[in-house]
Ligand binder design. Structure first.
Ligand code: KMH
Ligand code: ZN
Length: 283
């Protein structure tokens, strides 16, 4: 099996420090978090940033200051620079014009959401014209998309974009499972990943895939991905707990947990260089 790429979603847009005191929201806190998760085995950092009041932001200057802090802390720690994957999902309610902006910073990777859906009690809006504008911005800026798949129909939307020639292979897919309003990882009385296997069977070739299980689904989804040869995303954006009732100490503890799980199942962890070779084969 290919090496396991661990992505850490360190901050997110929908939570705050009242829910987890270790949520990294300042550039300095994000830099420290990134060093910790890279040391623990993460090679991709899914990143949202915050404004001066710690609210979610898609402003270039807020991404820029976090990037500067992260890169210098990673360098000072003597580590290889991880792949920074910015969010174009932003916070629920943020307009696409603003969500697209940080692509002009030309990060190596960014998330690409594929459909409007219920997101808890909110609506996460990704219209079909939005997606076309987003695809153009990815291409114009030479950014590699990670397609966020919350439901089966999102794979169909990806097929449509491919048919139109709007996005390029290989297709990197993250199944984000367990959002109330999207697909759950398991059907009733089923925990073995049959839904995931079906979703994989629907993907366009060539692809890589991973799972971000939300909340209590994070660890069981990670185990399915490790066993089936996929990649894993963990982090405080998706889940605050190490185990039922036990708050994770920080992002690094969530990554360490998955690295140990992978080791126990005989799967080796991708270094940053290996992750780049897998995700960017043409470079
Ligand atoms: N904050 C969520 C509404 C992404 O980063 O691309 C969307 C999100 C997805 O976090
Ligand atoms: Zn996100």
């Amino acid at each position: 099996m290919e090496e396991l790429i661990i992505t850490c979603a360190i901050t997110g847009a929908e939570i705050d420090k009242s829910q987890h005191p270790q949520l990294p929201v300042t550039p300095g806190e994000q830099a420290e978090a990134v060093v910790g998760v890279v040391e623990a085995g993460a090679s991709v950092i899914h990143i949202h940033v915050r404004d001066d009041e710690y609210g979610p932001s898609q402003e270039l200057r807020h991404f820029e200051r976090s990037f500067v802090a992260i890169r210098s802390a990673v360098k000072a720690a003597g580590l290889e620079q991880p792949i920074l994957q910015i969010s174009t999902g932003g916070a629920v309610g943020e307009k696409m014009e603003r969500r697209i902006q940080p692509l002009t910073l030309k990060p190596e990777m960014a998330s690409f959401n594929l459909g409007t859906m219920n997101f808890g009690n909110d609506t996460f809006v990704n219209t079909r014209p939005d997606m076309r504008a987003l695809a153009k911005a990815f291409r114009d800026n030479g950014v590699v998309p990670e397609f966020e798949i919350y439901d089966l129909g999102h794979i169909d939307e990806l097929h449509s974009l491919i048919k139109e020639g709007a996005v390029d292979a290989p297709y990197h897919v993250q199944f984000v499972l367990g959002v109330p309003g999207g697909a759950l990882p398991f059907g009733p009385e089923e925990t073995t990943g049959k839904r995931v296997e079906f979703l994989i069977s629907q993907l366009p070739q060539p692809f890589s895939w991973g799972i971000a299980g939300v909340g209590r689904f994070e660890r069981p989804c990670a185990e399915i991905a490790v066993r089936l040869g996929g990649n894993v995303r963990v982090g405080l954006e998706d889940n605050l707990y190490l185990r039922k009732g036990v708050l994770a100490k920080n992002n690094a503890e969530l990554v360490t947990d998955i690295a140990c799980l992978a080791k126990s199942l005989g799967r080796s962890i991708a270094s940053v260089a290996e992750a780049r070779a897998i995700l960017f084969p043409k470079k």
